[in-house]
Write a protein that binds this ligand. Sequence first.
Ligand code: SF4
Length: 764
Amino acid sequence: MRKIPVYNHPAAGWSALIQSSRVLMDYKAFLRGSRSVFSSNQPNGGFDCPGCAWPDHNSYKAIDVCETGIKVLASETTLRQADAKFFAQHSVTELQSYDGHKLELAGRLTEPLYYDALQDRYIPISWEKAFSKIAKQLHKLSSPHEAMFYTSGRVTNEPAFLYQLFVRLFGTNNLPDCSNMCHEPTSVMLGKQLGVGKATVVLEDFEKANLILMFGQNPATNHPRMLEMLAYCHDQGCRIISINPMREQGLSRFRNPQKVTHMVAGGSAPMVDEVVQIQIGGDVALLTGLAKWLIENDKLDTDFINEHTSGFEALRAWIQAQIWEDIERGCGIKQSQIIELATLVAESSATICTWGMGITQHTQGDDNVAMITNLLLLMGMIGVEGAGASPVRGHSNVQGDRTMGIHERPAKTLLDSLQSVFQHPMPQEHGYDVVSGAKAMMQGKIKAFVSMGGNYSVAAPDSKAIQQAFTHNELNVFVATKLNETMLYPGQNNLILPCLSRTEQYITSKGEQFATIEDSMCQIVRTQGSLKPISDDLKSEAQIVAGIAKAYFGNQSKIDWDKMAEDYDLTRDYIAQAISGFENFNYRIRQNKRGFHLYHAARHRQWKTDSGKAQFEVPKHPITYVVDEMNKANNADLTKLQPEQKQKIWQLTSVRSHDQFNTTIFGYEDRYRQTDRRDILFMHPDEMKRMNLKVGDKVMISRKDAEGNIRNLGPLILSEMDIAANAVATYYPECNDLMDLDSHSTESLTPSYKSVTVLLEKVA
Ligand code: SF4
């Protein structure tokens, strides 16, 4: 497709400063927000940015936070308050008409609230009453498996550990988390192939890499501090290739807001050398082409393969059976270009593969991660400096929560260890994840829902249906800092419990507490808020768990919940006993201002896999899976369409705007895509021309879901994007009612937000 420059400026730069300031003003957070900017990601008393999970570099900077991070801080440090007065003025029915951004601007939650159906309003309730109401409802359930306990990746390690402990002592593993909807294929496939479901690289490996392959990722918006590292790597001579259906505008040049030469003299640094613009869902086909050429030209690290891997022969046979015609059809890239890229891979002595949601949120999400890992194993790029797997997680402690035991499919080793430390049997049956949990709620199998942060119904597919299911629950509890849509579909008992934010001080009878997080690269880091809490009536997430646990167990429990909630050193001592890799936790976390790296066996070429070797995996779906699905929906081969036949079938992907963090909408501006609204459908201008469509036209999109129901979205306004052929894109999470709960990756059940086949029609 013709290259089109939608946004012609370097990423970040003055626009980042101006937009960050704008959002701080919009949120009435200029003073508290600006103050917290200087503590964000700072060692010794700073807090870890509650944005994404990109690691902190060892170098010291006075300001070490990006535009997205500042917007997240504005949301937390706002002086706006969604207090009792606010809820007295606004009924829940009225609030249901607010969009995500308007709810965001309502401000911080300041006191516990209970939904009064007669008034259709949330009204204040005391903490004691709230805890006893929750305990009473939980006791009414006929089984602990009728309750589901959700976690968003913002919860720090210590409260997360307490939360999973309470839930397991309560008697269930119904512990879904936001990772189910994002990097679950990463955790499942890296776990299967390498023995550890986490990145094998550390940040310093990037400085030693000579080839970086970035799959399905847009760091300019989703992890902006990565841009500085990419610019540094490029400057060191590292080749950086983006493999993505979209030519993301913020990836070509970076204007570093901390460089005078950039900001005053208008300088900027190059980052991505080349974009391999594959079709949506074309990753496995491209990776198969790379592997095919590397195998057929003997470019492999055979010593590594022979010594450290298992399953090579099966993979080689499968790859050799794939024909180039299918490889080209599956990814939309010519054999010659694939061979050029394969040559780069062959010549590289240190290759890092990084990836985001563009790899995982697909029906073939598991296959995508498996093929990236296969490529790294074929080239012996695991356990060497400057090389490895680098999935970048989109929530600051999503990886830490999983490590602390927030997992619906816990390992037996974890359950055994918890059982021995706490001398109490642990539930063995696997629990519900986000998708199966939503279905269970719709079927009435789930009667109680408790969430630690997050916006479950909006983040999940089929949002409206899930919101209706919430209205049938006997109990819904939301531990949160901000109001969101999921809280506005009350069941019989609905409670909002406001907690301290990451930027706020947590002072107990044991003094000022610090918590810890785990970033995308297994670094365990301290985080300590410094701002005075926005309200005296807030509790920490740990104190809230303790309050519920005490009310529920009464004096049945041998655990001193308050003591653990008030003294994080004590909680860390328990973590050190129960979670492998955290020995001497309290000592080690105080040794180094940047914390410590959690031991990662695969980095040392020790493989904790079923075979005891690094495991090659043969993909489960055909490499032409998406093209075949589109042709099936079109009842004909799309490539054989006559010019007069207007193409109706397209492959849709979803994107986040530059004014958004996960489901949180900070504003309507999407600078790098030049839009200022969210009811948008992006298409390449050449495709518009081919379809007699133009920018500004209104279109409807629809799809038949797995159950044969027709789902619609629109009208949407057409806007230009440098996106691959046969592809269109729209914003997440507004597109989630188009998505159903049955379209997901095979083993990891991650919804396929990034790739669904749709019918597109112009609105008269
Ligand atoms: S890159 Fe991520 S973690 Fe770093 S400051 Fe930005 S949002 Fe926060």
